[in-house]
Design a protein around this ligand. Structure first.
Ligand code: SIN
Length: 307
C-alpha cells in the first residue's frame, strides 16, 4: 500500500510502499508526479537498485542527460553518473565536487532539466552524525513572496544560463580537479535563454526560474541593472525560510523537481569519509507536453493518494 508522508516543512515528502526496482504502475507514476509538484523533493527509503533499474525508473520521466566528461559513470551506462570522493587506482570514481553551491541542474540547456534522481550507495558519518546533506529551496514559495512591482517588471523577461559559470566557480576553488572546459565541451554546453518566471506544468503555479549557479544575465536589462536585479533575486530565494535539508540514509532514492527547487550539496566530509551517489539527470522533454501530462495524471486514485 503506497503512502505519501509530507515532511511538514517547506519541501519534502517520503513515499513508502513502492519498489522502484520494478516497473511503475500508471497509478504510482501519477502519484510521484503529483507529489513532486506538491512537495518538490521526494524520498523513497530502503530501495535496492541495480544501475539499470535506476536508469529505467528515471527514464519513465524523460530523456536522461549523459555526463559531459564521458567518465564518472556506471560502466557501459553513461546515463548513470557517479558523484563520489572515493579514489580507486589513483583516480576519483565520480565527480568529486558536483553541485556544491546553489544551482538548478540543466537550466543551461535549451531543454531544461526536470528531475534529479539520486541513489545513495555510501553516506559519510562522523561521531554518528550524517554528513553530506543536500539542501533545497522552494522556488514556488519564493515567487509567491516576490514584491508585486518586481513580479510585474520581470514578467516576460528572460535570463541567459551558462554551464561555464558554475564550472568556473568550482574550478577556481582550492584543490579543484577541474580543468577549464575545452572548446568542444563549451560547444556541447552552449548558454541558453529561459523566462525568468516559468509556469510549473504540474501545479500551474509560477516559479522563480533564475538560479545563482548558472544565470548570468537578464537580457532585457542593461548589464549593471541586470547584475543588481540578479543579486536581489538570488538573495531573496536563498532566505532560510524557503530552505529544506535532506539528511541521507543508504538506500534512499531522492527525486527532486528542478522546476520548483534549487539545490546545494554540502561538502562537510573529509577524503576518508566516503560518499557515493548514483545519479540520473532527467530532462524536461516531456513534462511540458499537456497530452503527456493529461495521460500520466488520468488515474484519479493517484490524485487521492497524493493529497
Ligand atoms: C547535484 O547537484 O546533482 C548533486 C547533489 C548531491 O550530491 O547531493
Amino acid at each position: 500500500m503506497t503512502a505519501v508522508e509530507p515532511s511538514g516543512q517547506i519541501l519534502g515528502a517520503t513515499i513508502k510502499g513502492m519498489d522502484l526496482a520494478t516497473p511503475l504502475s500508471d497509478t504510482d507514476f501519477a502519484t510521484i508526479l503529483l507529489s513532486l509538484g506538491r512537495h518538490g523533493v521526494i524520498r523513497f527509503p530502503d530501495q535496492h537498485l541495480e544501475a539499470v533499474q535506476l536508469r529505467d525508473f528515471s527514464r519513465r520521466f524523460g530523456v536522461i542527460q549523459a555526463t559531459l566528461t564521458g567518465r564518472h559513470h556506471e560502466p557501459g551506462m553513461p546515463e548513470v553518473g557517479y558523484l563520489s570522493n572515493i579514489i580507486e587506482n589513483g583516480e576519483p570514481i565520480g565527480i568529486t565536487d558536483a553541485g556544491q553551491d546553489w544551482h538548478t541542474d540543466m537550466s543551461y540547456n535549451e531543454t531544461i532539466g526536470f528531475l534529479n534522481v539520486l541513489y545513495a550507495v555510501k553516506v559519510p558519518r562522523r561521531d554518528g552524525r550524517v554528513l553530506g546533506d543536500t539542501m533545497f529551496v522552494n522556488t514556488q514559495a519564493a515567487y509567491d513572496d516576490l514584491a508585486p512591482e518586481l513580479k510585474t517588471r520581470l514578467d516576460g523577461m528572460t535570463a541567459t544560463h551558462d554551464f561555464n559559470k558554475f564550472w568556473e566557480n568550482m574550478r577556481l576553488r582550492p584543490g579543484s580537479l577541474r580543468a577549464p572546459l575545452s572548446a568542444e565541451q563549451r560547444r556541447r554546453r552552449p548558454p541558453s535563454v529561459h523566462p525568468v518566471f516559468l509556469t510549473h506544468p504540474i501545479t500551474g503555479k509560477r516559479v522563480l526560474y533564475c538560479n545563482p549557479g548558472y544565470a548570468i544575465r537578464i537580457n532585457e536589462l542593461d548589464e549593471a541593472e541586470s547584475d543588481r536585479v540578479l543579486e536581489t533575486l538570488f538573495a531573496h530565494q536563498l532566505q532560510p525560510k524557503y530552505q529544506f535539508t535532506h539528511h541521507w540514509t543508504e538506500h534512499d532514492v531522492l527525486v527532486w523537481d528542478h522546476l520548483g527547487t534549487l539545490h546545494n550539496a554540502i561538502p562537510d566530509y573529509h577524503a576518508d569519509e566516503h560518499r557515493l551517489m548514483k545519479r540520473c539527470q532527467v530532462m524536461a522533454d516531456r513534462i511540458f507536453d499537456p497530452a503527456f501530462l493529461r495521460a500520466a495524471l488520468s488515474s484519479s486514485s493517484a490524485v487521492a493518494s497524493a493529497r
